[in-house]
Design a protein around this ligand. Structure first.
Ligand SMILES: [Cu+2]
Length: 335
């Protein structure tokens, strides 16, 4: 009995120390959304239970090794007892009750992260190899960065135009896959609470440039957000400037450089007017018609040294005729 009291006290002391130690090293990134609160609370409780289980096992182990060492000349089995119904009932009921209680807490936290605010602002998030596009249908804005006003819930509708991507901002905690297919739109609700600059990362391996599939996420004062909305809704008058904007917003720049470097597709620098050799051996002069075909049906004329099937094939549907003309004007300006 004396041993059990000593071990019991030691277990409590070690559990408290381990739990305090884990609590002080900041396991989680900054907490920047309302949805992060129930998740972090649940995580904190798990850390406490884990600390207790750890010390329960380790203290018994170390205590036995030190105190019940075999003495010189000792040959027997040592003191022990066989079978103990009370103990067996206890170590069945206690973990079962703990696990059931945690499943209840988990369900509660899940419900809380999904609570819908009817005032939520909708943003369509479209993943593509290898960039993010953010559409604000109520505001008529398309952007390559996600700007959000603080303390207002945003309803993200996630989709993909090619393969599976995954929307993840660690500071917001919640994460959701973006799937291809017309009926596969997934929803995620976030209420940013802390003004600052974050990053959305793709959390699903999605090809060559997956590691660079990051976009800025900026949580702003509501007034600053409104000013941004006004700036965004005024479009540049020069087609070249508009073309540069579309190329950024529709993710062309993830694969095409404007400075001569080859990323995944050919660079756009000096493309217009160039003699292009295609994979079938023919040579053509790159003009506006060639560029138009290259954008709406990429595999029709594949330049030598590049593979077909990489560039998305649906830009003819997602871009308007004016937007395509703007992009062509932009490419033609890149001498
Ligand atoms: Cu991705």
């Amino acid at each position: 009995m004396k041993h059990f009291i000593v071990v019991g006290v030691l277990v409590i002391i070690v559990a408290a120390l381990v739990s305090m130690g884990l609590g002080s090293i900041q396991l989680m990134p900054t907490q920047a959304s309302a949805q992060a609160v129930p998740i972090d609370n649940l995580f904190g409780m798990h850390v406490k239970v884990i600390s207790f289980l750890f010390s329960l096992i380790v203290v018994f182990l170390v205590y036995s090794i030190v105190v019940f060492r075999r003495k010189k000349g000792e040959e027997g089995d040592g003191d022990h007892f066989e079978g103990h119904t009370g103990l067996e009932i206890a170590w069945t009921i206690a973990p079962l009750a703990t696990v059931l209680y945690f499943s209840y807490l988990g369900a509660q936290a899940l419900a809380e992260t999904r609570r819908a605010d009817p005032q939520a602002m909708q943003v369509n998030v479209i993943g593509s190899q290898w960039s993010w596009r953010f559409e604000y249908p109520e505001l008529g804005i398309v952007s390559d960065e996600l700007r959000l006003p603080a303390n207002r819930q945003v309803l993200l509708k996630l989709s993909s135009i090619d393969v599976i991507h995954s929307f993840w901002v660690p500071e917001f905690r919640v994460k959701q896959d973006a799937l291809p297919g017309a009926n596969m739109v997934k929803e995620l609700r976030i209420t940013p609470t802390l003004i600052g600059d974050y990053k959305v990362r793709c959390a699903e391996l999605c090809g060559l440039q997956h590691a660079y599939m990051e976009s800025p996420v900026i949580v702003m004062e509501p007034a600053g957000f409104d000013a941004w909305v006004i700036r965004q809704t005024a479009l540049p008058t020069d087609p070249v400037d508009r073309g540069a904007l579309w190329a950024k917003q529709f993710g062309c720049v993830a694969c095409h450089s404007t400075d001569g470097a080859t990323i995944v597709g050919p660079t756009w620098q000096g493309l217009s007017g160039k003699q292009e050799t295609l994979t079938d051996g023919t040579t053509v002069t790159v003009d506006a018609d060639f560029l138009h075909t290259a954008i709406v049906s990429p595999d029709a004329q594949v330049p030598q040294g590049f593979a077909p099937g990489i560039m998305p094939k649906n830009f003819g549907d997602t871009l308007s005729a004016e937007q395509i003309n703007d992009i062509i004007a932009y490419i033609e300006s890149l001498k």
